[in-house]
Write a protein that binds this ligand. Structure first.
Ligand code: ADP
Length: 610
């Protein structure tokens, strides 16, 4: 993220460079004008002063030169004297030439010998006033040449004055000044660099800080604020930046809270929820859905929902979106693969306001239990109808026979009536059983709990059976093996008696003549267990658990013949369940069966009674 800006691309550099360039250009322009002006005025001044000097000299020398009364040699001496007296350092040579071109005097010490000879400089002979810059032929230096015409009183030309001034000195001075200018420029630029750097830094530093802040915000760190150093535009920007960070933090927190809330709602939902994107790929799946589908988070995110639900072959995503609102799926349970899990899946689309479909939400409900209950209910209704139809049909055929004239037959008629009575009894029993079952089912069966001595209770039931043995056609013997301790239990006496009755009846019913029924009563540390064993036909292993189901009978014909309804054990199971106890059976075919009931028991109560 933190890529460094190259120095020459930085705002720092650009500001400094602009600053320096502007400075440099302005100094250059000013310098050029200044030096040009300086040069012109210096040369002009020099020229003017030379002009004045020439003017004065030419007057004086002209007067001397026009004198006829003096010896020419004296005149020459006088002129030489005048020239020498007005000679100065910046004048290279002053020379006087007469109208014939003869040199009369010169300040050039090395050229004194040329006095009295004809001058060879062509421009001296022209006898016109002029002033111009020329290059010295011998030295190559720039020189200013001033020529003045010497006149006598009647404006007659009598010679000329020639002055050669040294310009190099002036130029030297100008270049000295220019040099000062250049060095001043360099110093100014140096200072400008430092100043511009400082200025640029004062601009870029807050910007850099704001960039850092932006990077931190992007990473989700809101703890820093930008220092506000100045009350300028950058200061305002920094302030806005801090406010922005605050706002983002608030929004972020609000969103986070919202997301957490949504997450916890989804996590603790008892339904499975799967959300997908537009293409049906899973983007969210909650814990419940994972456990219902027996999947792991990693393997489901990004996977197609059709694949997760095993619908690839039957449905396309389009079909799912367009038609299906609800469907039932069967899955093997994650606990044991034998058990089937039935899931109801509701689909709904996620639509934007524009109507664009942006995804799909599937809600999964575990309806296994519901479906099972539903199936049981259907089975139950069909069983009940079937069970009632059988006795009714048989009764109808007997009554029909009686109606057709059998009632006159004194031998048959009582028997037929007896059978119909038996069938009616059986139906009443069955309907009573069904009623008590339905009471249990709807939870209306309030237990009439009382504290009883369980040993006495069992004895009481068994005594009745002992009494009955003489009245029934079957012979049997009851053997009691009880614990010595008295067991006090809080139970609904009538119902528990009903259970023991039922098991005892079965034990006698499904045993051959002359069998022994052994009844044992034992206690564990928190349960009382009553077992009733017979020496009867036994129950096949595969039927052992099913005998507690409603209407289940191992041998239907035989059971019915015995007058059984197939509801006794089912009722027993419900009664024990209501007591917090349980019932189960063990059996060996052809050797006998043992039914166990267990009831919760708290042993210390006995001591408490003592
Ligand atoms: P039923 O009224 O038919 O006896 P139950 O619910 O009491 O109904 O018993 C269900 C079935 O369990 C019986 O039909 C019978 O096949 C079997 N069964 C119950 N007790 C015994 C037993 N002691 N020995 C053999 N089979 C038994």
């Amino acid at each position: 993220m933190k890529n460094k800006v190259r120095f020459y691309r930085s705002v720092n550099f650009k500001i400094a460079l602009t600053f320096i360039l502007i400075l440099f250009i302005s100094i250059e322009i000013i310098g050029a004008y200044f030096i040009r002006g300086l040069e012109r005025s210096m040369i002009e001044n020099y020229k003017d002063s030379m002009d004045t000097q020439a003017e004065t000299l030419s007057g004086t020398i002209g007067t001397y030169l026009s004198r006829q009364d003096v010896d020419p040699a004296d005149i020459n001496n006088e002129i030489q004297r005048i020239l020498d007296s007005s000679d100065s350092a910046d004048i290279l040579e002053m020379r006087v030439v007469d109208e014939k071109g003869i040199i009369r005097a010169t300040t050039d010490v090395n050229d004194r010998s040329s006095i009295g000879k004809k001058s060879i400089d062509s421009y001296i002979d022209q006898f016109t006033d002029k002033s111009f810059i020329a290059l010295d032929e011998t030295t190559g230096n720039r020189v200013l040449i001033n020529i003045r015409v010497l006149e006598s009183v009647g404006d007659v030309v009598i010679g000329s004055l020639y002055i050669r001034g040294d310009l190099e000195k002036q130029y030297q001075e100008i270049s000295n000044i220019a040099l000062i200018f250049v060095s001043a420029t360099l110093i100014a630029i140096g200072i400008a660099i430092v100043v511009s750097m400082l200025v640029a830094r004062s601009i870029t530093q807050p910007i850099g800080e704001m960039r850092e802040q932006a990077l931190r915000i992007a990473k989700g760190d809101y703890s820093h604020t930008v220092d506000i150093k100045a009350r300028d535009e950058l200061g305002q920007l920094a302030e806005t930046f801090n406010q922005l960070a605050e706002r983002i933090e608030e929004t972020q927190e609000a969103m986070e809270a919202e997301r957490n809330r949504l997450n916890s709602v989804l996590t603790y939902m008892t339904d499975g929820v799967i959300a997908t994107d537009r293409r049906g790929r899973v983007i969210m799946i909650n814990e419940m859905a994972l456990s219902l589908l027996n999947l792991k988070q990693e393997e489901s995110i990004g996977e197609s929902i059709l694949k997760l639900l095993d619908l690839e072959e039957e449905y396309t995503l389009r079909a799912l979106l367009e038609n299906t609102e609800e469907m039932l799926l069967e899955r093997s349970s994650n606990v044991s693969h034998m058990e089937r899990l039935i899931l109801r899946v509701d689909f709904s689309m996620i639509r934007r306001e524009s109507g664009f479909i942006s995804g799909l939400v599937a809600v999964l409900h575990d309806v296994t239990e519901q479906e099972k209950t539903e199936q049981e209910r259907r089975d139950f209704v069909s069983n009940v109808s079937h069970e009632l139809r059988t006795p009714l049909t048989s009764m109808r055929s007997y009554i029909e026979a009686l109606h057709d004239g059998a009632w006159k037959d004194e031998e048959i008629a009582p028997h037929f009536l007896e059978v119909t009575l038996e069938e009616t009894d059986r139906m009443i029993r069955m309907i009573n059983d069904l009623l008590s079952l339905s009471k249990m089912d709807s939870g209306n069966a309030q237990l009439q709990l009382e504290f009883v001595n369980f040993n006495n209770l069992v004895n009481f039931v068994l005594d009745r059976f002992d009494m009955m043995v003489t009245n029934t056609e079957k012979d049997y013997k009851i053997q009691r093996e009880f614990t010595k301790r008295d067991l006090w239990l809080e139970i609904d006496t009538d119902r528990i008696i009903q259970v023991i009755d039922n098991i005892m009846n079965n034990a006698i019913k499904y045993s051959p003549d002359g069998g022994t029924v052994t009844v044992r009563l034992i206690e564990t540390h928190n349960h009382v267990i009553l077992s009733i064993s017979d020496q009867g036909m036994g129950i096949p292993r595969s039927d052992l658990a099913k005998v507690f189901d409603r209407f289940y009978r191992v041998d239907k014909a035989r059971a019915r013949q015995q007058g059984g309804t197939g509801l006794g054990l089912a009722i027993s199971r419900d009664v024990l369940k209501a007591h917090g106890g349980s019932i189960w059976a063990e059996s060996r075919e052809h050797y006998g069966s043992t039914f166990f009931i267990s009831l919760p028991y708290e042993p210390y109560e006995e001591e408490w009674w003592d």
